[in-house]
Design a protein. Sequence first.
Length: 122
Amino acid sequence: MTRTLSIRNQQDWQAAVRDSAAAVRAAVETGRYQGEVLNFEGPGDFFRHLTPGRWTIITTLQETSAMGVRELARAVGRDVRRVHDDVSALLKLGLLEKTERGALTCPFSDIHVDMHVGRQVA
């Protein structure tokens, strides 16, 4: 199965939970994969968690097979310790996963970012 992720910013976390529940209901009713969603409260929160260095890690793992932190650090041309810190953050967000052998992988073949900046109107 090809996994997809939509990243959004929705300040109203309760609305984000309702949207997620509706997607789960639709998946159950249709038996079809609906994709996954990661919500941030706003653009500042998004950019604080998804820095340019972290995006490079994500895209590198999307384009290659699973690899360890040292190999990933070499691939992105960064210090191992900094890459380790970024990988830890991305694992917590669910943007990366570990294989049974402990190698890192990005499970999403497509990541879509939907961001609204400015006053949000209901």
